[in-house]
Write a new protein. Structure first.
Length: 460
């Protein structure tokens, strides 16, 4: 990291006092007040900086409660308990979490703060993704453990702008690379004006970039960040995903985080997950087989045992399930192995670095819901002292292990009847996201696709 970038990074995470100084000096005039919606998107308001300091900081900002009860096109949807015409589509409060206050380097004079979502009487909105994750973190900490997360998020970049892609109806777009550039330094050098801008902008916003690299699909890239405590990691993930799109747009490019853009390789979001005690000491390594502690065995067993029932939180869209193709580096078998990329759970590292890489999620995952599901599954294994099934040796694609659900319809049914989910999250949360799955399924079932027209226009 250059001294210039390091200096920017040190200033990126703002205290309230630093924000006041920058506002007084005319360096910041806008504060973005953001929540993460049920689809993993940042939503909110741009506030005048003085109004933010004098009004919003202490009291929060209001937003319609439909923000957590819409489809991807922002249509209001009937059937949600928390938001409807019956209750008048009232407000909820976006309460700033000042620990997330940071500069937005690619937007002039702008800072951003991420928020918790509360009802007007101060109660948490339990269906909010950030509140769902907070609840699971609290459950885990009552057991004496703290969750640490690192997400590896892939995307595909195109030379078309977002406006051009829209006008083309997303057909015939020009990917930013023409062939498999996995680990290629030569082919990815041409993308550096955009990718470097994303990396450096994220550093200047306070995130710690580990690396970027080319991937298999045409135009596919990955940028990874240093792991952190679960809530901080998910806040960073949501900020980065939104920011990467904005930065790409400034360069006249577009990127998609769809799990499966085309019939080639999908875009994943591998999640590295580990535990420490509340003092920060690693607890997963031990003297057992494979260097595991008894806790590690229960930790992994819980994630395996809950994977089918909680799969919706790792694969929340119709398109998510198109990724699960045997031999594609996306998992199909619910199995664990040591450094085995054919398994849903790949165990990597040793000693203090021992961790689980969950390979199920795609680029479309909501990080808060995914992390909450992993923590809930781990708690399930720890509380019930579940035994760890034998290691998968060899090709898990060819094994007889149980399978990850292959459709959203299957995951929705598993979530609706899941005792693990209802015990972990409560009925309000489960019913909310079961309905979200119903909304997605209804929209898909009523759509007529290009595949149907090509197949049936003349020949049927």
């Amino acid at each position: 990291m250059t001294n210039e970038i390091a200096g920017k990074a040190s200033q990126a995470q703002l205290t309230v006092e630093e924000l006041k100084q920058k506002v007084a000096a005319g360096e910041i005039d806008t504060v973005v007040v953001a929540i993460t919606d049920a689809l993993g998107r940042l939503q909110g308001k741009r506030c005048g900086a003085r109004s933010f300091l004098e009004d919003v900081l202490g009291h929060g900002a209001e937003g319609c409660n439909y923000l957590l009860a819409v489809d991807v096109e922002m249509n209001t949807i009937d059937g949600y308990a928390m938001s409807s015409w019956a209750n008048g589509y009232g407000d909820m409060v976006m309460r700033p979490d000042v620990s997330t206050l940071r500069l937005v380097p690619w937007l002039q004079g702008t800072a951003l703060v991420q928020c918790d979502v509360l009802w007007l009487d101060g109660r948490p909105v339990t269906q909010s993704p950030r509140q769902i994750l907070r609840a699971q973190i609290e459950r885990l900490e009552k057991l004496g453990y703290r969750a640490h997360i690192g997400t590896e998020l892939e995307f595909i970049m195109f030379d078309d702008s977002y406006e051009q892609a829209w006008d083309k109806q997303y057909v015939g777009l020009k990917p930013s690379t023409r062939y498999n550039v996995d680990y290629s330094l030569l082919a990815t050098a041409g993308l550096e004006p955009v990718i470097r801008d994303i990396r450096n902008s994220m550093e200047s916003a306070g995130l710690v970039v580990e690396s970027s690299k080319g991937e298999c699909n045409h135009g596919q890239q990955e940028i990874t960040f240093r792991y952190a405590e679960a809530l901080q990691a998910c806040d960073g993930h949501a900020f980065y995903k939104n920011g990467a799109k904005e930065i790409a747009g400034k360069h006249g490019k577009s990127i998609t985080f769809m799990a499966k853009y085309n019939e080639r390789e999908g875009s994943s979001c591998h999640i590295h997950f580990s535990l420490t005690d509340l003092d920060g000491n690693p607890v997963l390594a031990g003297d057992g087989e494979h260097g595991f502690s008894p806790l590690m065995e229960h930790f992994v067993a819980g994630q395996l045992g809950a994977m089918q029932e909680l799969s919706y939180f790792l694969a929340p869209n119709i398109n998510s399930y198109k990724r699960f193709v045997e031999g594609s580096f996306a998992p199909t078998a619910i199995a664990w192995g040591l450094d085995n990329r054919s398994c849903a759970l790949r165990i990597v590292g040793r000693g203090p670095g021992l961790r689980v890489e969950n390979r199920v999620g795609g680029g479309d995952v909501n990080p808060y819901l995914a992390a909450a599901a992993l923590i809930a599954a781990a708690i399930h294994g720890i509380e019930n002292e579940l035994p760890l099934e034998p290691i998968m040796v060899g090709n898990a694609y060819e094994s007889t292990a149980d399978r990850i659900p292959t459709t959203l319809r299957d995951s929705r049914a598993l979530l609706a009847t899941s005792e693990i989910a209802r015990k972990s999250f409560g009925d309000e949360v489960v019913d909310h996201y079961v309905h979200a799955a119903d909304v997605e399924l209804k929209a898909y079932d009523s759509a007529v696709t290009d595949w149907e027209r090509k197949r049936g226009f003349e020949r049927l």
